[in-house]
Design a protein around this ligand. Structure first.
Ligand SMILES: [Zn+2]
Ligand SMILES: [Zn+2]
Length: 753
């Protein structure tokens, strides 16, 4: 008897299960119409789910009688190319994350929606000329029509039905129809445009700047290695012209008909970089970031997939965007921790980009003034080329950096006498001063002077910060807010002290000491409204005598040509942390903040207030610079067998009761200990050195009402670590009790809490 050939389709279904699913293809569907990268509708439990086709086969491990048939094919062509499917498969196995959730995360929201929303083409509604010019006052009684017009007025590209529905109520559909009939509103269907390889003549808008010798060498090296996989680190001090190196290399890739993907930490904080790209090139450049709505994201995704967008500049999730002609990936400010996602799939966009470049056989370039230890380690191992830029462009001279010993000095609300005198000197020369304090609000602690009561958050193991302008206490971890108590809630005493300095308090003090000087404070509290950050930055850049106060937001990439004095008010918070990466982060912060000073012909000065001027790390940084510091820090990590000389994974768990997380982590610990004892790991790799740290409570055990614990697993071989964790997952998934708990695995954790 002739056996009929089976048509099995393997798919990723968005569920927390760490496996792929097989479905049968019924005779009604032509097998040639189902390709990897297409979406299909499948029965799943009692529901139907949108799944993504990963592959086809004629075999299955499941009993064929138990297999269900897929219901419907949703796409006529794959929405994901093979390259991205391969990449996402890697992501799922490396980060030990359910594959269905990985695909779900990588796709634009529109593609994840139920059948009704599944349009390959988007329909957008917008105002016509007629609609704009007509007198809307005639619509006094047609409230809904008027409301739709108002909504559409503010968009250039138009809105989808879904977006209109979000803001309209009642019978808005009828009103929209009337407006279309009146020709005040029109709809337009947006299709992925197929535009391939634009001609060379159109690439450049403005010519390149003159490169210095170091830049020239770097560009030549990159071009020489521009046609295959190569990883390069551009280790360039602030002002050394990294961006110009990127631009020269990108120009060459564009000339070859390639697309370029540029990953940046935060779009809002890198307007100058984007401006330089747009100034230089005439090809289509687009930015992709979290500030866009789903429709805009979808449009950009399609335009990148079709090849219309030639340069895509985006934040970490852009690393998943299909780009058929991708010819280079650039990661600017590669040391920035925002490239690591801290929830859901805890991926590192940097590591994924390295894998993607390798798979696609294209060059990848990482750039920073303060490279991460991981990247410097890869350079040591000759897995990454180390291109150093040590000259500052133009006449710029490096700033002088020194410490202010605050011990024994009277501090006027956190400002030492020495610092106040310095600020006066710089202001007297009509220059700008930047004060850096990485803490928002007025004061981080409220204390009763009689009984010692402290303003703790009742939902977290943390203190409430006093915000003076809003006159309330707020928790920066769970956003709980409460009014400022008029007296001590415990003893009723009226004498409450505000301890410590936030940016709001620095602003108040500075305004009191320098009443004549303009003060601009830039932090999350002052820049909540859209556009305020941009206008504040513009004001700061106009160069008038000013004092700028800011948090981390001011440390990144901005260029204030008239700032000649930069002061970090308190570096001691970062000196004694339990996290082994704290010195690296502090050194990066100091160098990045220092980089804001004296970038033009004016020489800058940088001062750091500390009560620990003898600190070895600080002194290494000040005397030998970042590269000297990095060398020492890497040697220390090697000695202590810490990443990048070892591999870590952090198992996190949270629950309503302490006992529950403890029991789960204890279970994990027992499972892994017995795996280690039984040699499932040893056998295959000889000497195994897996170590456990914990289970222990998280550094902040209680957060937003939940209790959290963690277990750190470390090994000198990555494959040992992965094998152990795979076995652990297998055990947990077979254990009913363990399934009820909220837990996660963080591979290569960047923060140990
Ligand atoms: Zn009290
Ligand atoms: Zn809280």
């Amino acid at each position: 008897m002739l056996k009929k050939k089976l048509n099995i389709i393997q798919v990723a279904v968005p569920t927390p299960l760490r496996r792929k699913f097989d479905y049968l293809l019924s005779d009604t569907i032509n097998p040639d119409h189902v390709l990897p990268g297409m979406r299909v509708l499948v029965p799943f439990g009692r529901t139907k789910q949108i799944a993504l086709v990963l592959g086809k086969s004629s075999k299955t491990d499941i009993d064929v009688k138990k297999l269900r048939s897929l219901s419907k094919v949703l796409d006529t062509a794959p929405i994901l190319p093979e390259e991205i499917i391969k990449l996402l498969n890697w992501v799922a196995s490396y980060y030990l994350h359910p594959i269905g959730e990985v695909f779900q995360t990588a796709l634009p929201v529109h593609y994840r929606k139920k059948e009704s929303a599944l349009e390959q083409n988007l329909t957008l509604w917008r105002l016509t000329e007629l609609g704009r010019e007509s007198d809307w006052n005639d619509l006094k009684r047609a409230v809904r029509q008027r409301s739709i017009l108002e909504q559409l007025k503010n968009t250039a590209d138009g809105l989808t039905r879904e977006q209109i529905a979000n803001e309209q109520e009642g019978h808005w559909q009828a009103a929209l129809k009337t407006l279309v009939e009146k020709k005040w509103v029109e709809s337009q269907t947006v299709e992925p445009v197929l535009l391939k390889n634009k001609t060379n003549a159109e690439i450049r808008k403005n010519s390149s700047l003159l490169l210095n010798e170091e830049q020239q060498i770097a560009v030549e090296f990159l071009i020489k290695n521009g046609n295959c996989y190569s990883a390069s680190l551009i280790d360039g001090i602030t002002g050394s012209g990294k961006t110009e190196v990127y631009l020269s290399f990108i120009e060459r890739q564009l000339e070859q008909g390639r697309q370029v993907l540029v990953l940046v930490p935060e779009i809002g904080l890198t307007p100058q970089l984007i401006h330089r790209f747009e100034h230089r090139f005439s090809v289509k450049i687009q930015t992709l970031h979290s500030g866009l709505n789903n429709t805009q994201r979808m449009k950009i995704w399609q335009q990148a997939s079709s090849g219309e967008i030639r340069i895509l500049i985006g934040t970490r999730s852009s690393v998943f965007t299909p780009m058929p002609d991708l010819g280079a990936i650039i990661i600017d400010e590669e040391h920035d921790i925002s490239f690591k996602q801290q929830d859901g799939i805890r991926y590192s966009a940097k590591d994924i980009a390295l894998v993607r470049a390798n798979n696609a056989n294209i060059p990848i370039i990482l750039g920073s003034a303060t490279p991460s230890m991981e990247s410097l380690y890869l350079c040591q191992q000759n897995k990454m080329a180390h291109l150093k830029l040590r000259q500052r462009a133009g006449n710029a001279r490096p700033p002088e950096v020194h410490l202010i010993d605050v011990r024994g000095q009277y501090l006027q609300h956190g400002l030492s006498r020495t610092l106040i005198d310095l600020i006066k000197q710089h202001l007297a020369k009509e220059n700008q001063v930047l004060l850096f304090q990485n803490r928002r609000g007025y004061s981080p602690v409220l204390l009763c002077n009689k009984c010692g009561w402290i303003s703790y958050c009742h939902r977290c193991d943390s203190k409430l910060t006093y915000h003076r302008q809003r006159n309330h206490l707020r928790c920066h971890h769970c956003q709980t807010e409460q009014p400022l108590p008029p007296q001590c809630p415990d003893c009723g005493h009226g004498d409450l002290s505000q301890l410590g300095m936030g940016t709001e308090r620095v602003e108040k003090v500075v305004r009191e000491i320098f009443p004549e000087t303009e003060v601009i404070r830039i932090d999350r509290d002052t820049t909540q409204r859209k556009g305020t950050l941009q206008s504040m930055l513009e004001k700061a850049r106009d160069g008038k005598k000013q004092i700028l106060i800011g948090t981390q937001m001011l440390a990144k990439g901005h260029h204030f040509p008239n700032v000649t004095l930069v002061a970090i008010l308190d570096i001691d918070q970062g000196l004694y942390s339990i996290d082994f990466r704290a010195p690296e982060r502090l050194a990066q912060l100091i160098v990045q903040v220092s980089g804001r000073a004296g970038r033009e012909e004016k020489k800058g000065q940088v001062v750091l207030q500390t009560a620990h001027p003898e600190d070895e790390m600080l002194n290494t940084l000040l005397t030998l610079g970042y590269s000297g510091f990095a060398k020492k820090a890497l040697a220390e990590r090697k000695e202590l067998l810490l990443p990048p000389y070892a591999y870590q994974a952090l198992i996190r768990c949270e629950s309503n009761k302490i006992e529950n997380y403890q029991a789960f982590l204890e279970y994990c610990f027992q499972v892994m200990s017995s795996l280690k004892r039984n040699g499932s790991v040893e056998k295959s790799v000889g000497e195994s050195d897996i170590q456990f740290l914990g289970p222990v409570p998280a550094p902040m055990e209680k957060k937003a009402g939940k209790f959290r614990g963690q277990l750190l697993v470390q090994a000198s071989q990555r494959k040992d670590l992965h094998r152990m964790l795979n076995d652990l997952i297998w055990n947990v998934e077979a254990n009913k009790a363990a399934q009820r708990i909220r837990w996660s695995i963080d591979i290569d954790p960047q923060e140990l809490y």
